[in-house]
Design a protein around this ligand. Structure first.
Ligand code: NAP
Length: 503
């Protein structure tokens, strides 16, 4: 697999050998290392790039630099200049669109349409930083209402915390980096980004773009380090906020190690769809199939359970199977709907989950077969409601295209089965009965509910985030500002002097 890169971005890599070796941007400098990590393309499982494996000592130096210099450089850059830089970065993302698309296709196995969509979302996110700004205000608190604070008043300022550590997953390796960069730095923080080891290139290309746009040199760093070697930096007290997106299992480790800090935790789950008897089965099946198969189901908000009322169950099942039959799987550089999944191991886990499910009485309605290595059909199973809670798939998210259908008696049973999972990211409700929909809205323990649509977080125009094991805090334009800033109260004491004495 070969990677094409524009000359202006090529400066950050050596193309001397067949496999390019990239440098990483570490708080002011492009650096390399003695050791490298291979980056493998999910398309054919060959190595197409190498990135330096940053040793502990260099990480510590980078942290010292970002803490001592970078956080002040970002904070001291006037807000309107920060916004201007974001606009310049958006234009550069557009200019280098083909490089980014190439990195997302080769590195992630995305289809061209999905890769292009991710670049568009990243551009829009940078531009929409102007809406985040409206949440960066503080408050004025008069002292009049307590005898102790008469003649005093306070201003409650919102301030940046300092240094944000952003840990990102493999599935949106550009957008997640851009999103965390925008809300952290628009609020005046510096940021260290730790991209997923399987997909580090979009973060490096983005760092180069930030550099060209003139973002403060010491305010950004990209840590190309394996996750399991992150313990020291996670627990370092100079990191004020950790913004993590990834699996629940990793997220829990990060919080335990990080200790007292501020957190944004976007964790795993997979979503439920509740289908009411008065829904349109064709429309609903199309929406569920799209949710299941887009980016090969490697989305935190992909539908993994369909809890359907009895009368619509059979027509829905029939149409959903027909929709899944239409899905073309193959090399994402060709005209397909689904490319490979990120690695073979995820398909192994699916095979284990299918075996587990069928042993517990589930039936495979569609798919489930490995085409080769890390290419697999979308999978639809069904099981009786009495046994669904026993499934491995119910207890743990398997991160690809797989969903389980369950026939329920009524909406109450659907809500109960959805809430009994340890996850609580989003849910969909399909149908028209306003009383049932209202009940679902009130009782579902999730961060977002989509009525007559499948869950999709998009650029975070509407806030999203999990409850229970799916996370803490919210990502979304304006909403994350709360988690990456802190308050400082300034009390002015005028006691002893009347206003006239200042005149
Ligand atoms: P992951 O394996 O948990 O990895 C996520 C990030 O954590 C990677 O950068 C990884 O680095 C790092 N990491 C791994 N072990 C670590 C450790 N001990 N300490 C610190 N960092 C560590 O998740 P993934 O497979 O990349 O992504 C899929 C998961 O993300 C799914 O569960 C999905 O639901 C979730 N997700 C959630 C949302 C949301 O908005 N809620 C959005 C997207 C994805 P290495 O790559 O170097 O191991």
């Amino acid at each position: 697999m070969e990677l094409k890169v524009s000359p202006e971005l090529k400066e950050i890599a050596s193309f001397d050998s067949k496999i390019p070796s990239f440098k990483t941007y570490l708080v002011g400098d492009w650096v390399s290392s003695k050791e490298f990590e291979d980056v493998v393309s999910p398309i054919d499982l060959t190595v197409f790039a190498r990135v330096p494996r940053i040793p502990d000592q260099m990480i510590d130096q980078a942290l010292t630099k970002i803490y001592e210099k970078g956080r002040w450089e970002v904070r001291d850059m006037p807000g309107e200049k920060r916004l201007k830089t974001f606009h310049d970065m958006a234009s550069l993302l557009d200019k280098f669109r083909e490089d980014l698309i190439e990195a997302l296709i080769v590195g992630n196995g995305k289809t061209r349409a999905a890769a292009n969509g991710e670049v568009n979302a990243s551009i829009e996110r940078l531009i929409r930083a102007d809406l985040d700004v409206r949440k960066l205000y503080g408050e004025y608190v008069p002292g009049d209402w307590s005898s102790e604070s008469l003649e005093t008043e306070a201003i409650v300022r919102r301030e940046p915390v300092g240094v944000v550590l952003a840990i990102t997953p493999f599935n949106y390796p550009l957008f997640d980096v851009v999103n965390k960069f925008v809300y952290s730095t628009v609020a005046g923080n510096a940021i260290l980004i730790k991209p997923a080891s399987r997909t580090p290139l979009p973060a490096l290309l983005f760092a180069r773009i930030a550099e060209i746009a003139g973002f403060p040199r010491h305010g950004l760093g990209v840590l190309t380090v394996p996750g399991k070697e992150m313990d020291k930096i996670i627990s370092d007290k100079r990191i004020g906020v950790i913004s993590f997106t990834g699996s629940t299992e990793t997220g829990e480790k990060v919080i335990r190690l990080g200790g007292v800090k501020q957190y944004v935790m976007e964790l795993g789950g997979g979503d439920s769809a509740i289908v009411l008897d008065d829904s349109d089965p064709t429309y609903t099946a199309q929406k569920i199939a799209t949710s299941m198969t887009s980016y090969s189901g490697q989305r935190c908000d992909s539908i993994k359970f369909v809890f359907s009322e009895p009368n619509v169950y059979d027509p829905l099942k029939g149409t959903l199977i027909e929709e899944l039959k239409k899905v073309k799987i193959g090399d994402p550089r060709e005209e397909v709907n689904m490319g490979p999944v990120i690695e073979k191991g995820t398909v192994d886990e699916l095979e284990f989950a299918i075996k587990d499910a069928t042993e517990k009485g589930a039936r495979v309605l569609f798919g489930g077969k490995r085409i080769k290595d890390n290419y697999v059909e979308p999978t639809l199973l069904e099981i009786e409601k009495e046994r669904v809670k026993e499934l491995y798939l119910y207890k743990k998210e398997v991160f690809l295209s797989v969903a389980v259908m369950v026939k329920v008696e009524n909406v109450d049973e659907a809500i109960s089965l959805s809430n009994s999972r340890r996850y609580g990211l989003d849910a969909s409700v399909f149908g028209n009965d306003i009383n049932k929909i209202r009940k679902a809205i009130r009782m579902l323990e999730v961060g977002a509910i989509y009525i007559n649509d499948f869950p999709r977080h998009g650029i975070g125009y509407f806030p999203f985030g999990g409850r229970k094991d799916s996370g803490l805090g919210r990502e979304g334009i304006g909403y994350t500002i709360e988690h990456v800033t802190t308050y400082k109260t300034v009390v002015y004491n005028y006691k002893g002097k009347g206003v006239w004495e200042y005149m």
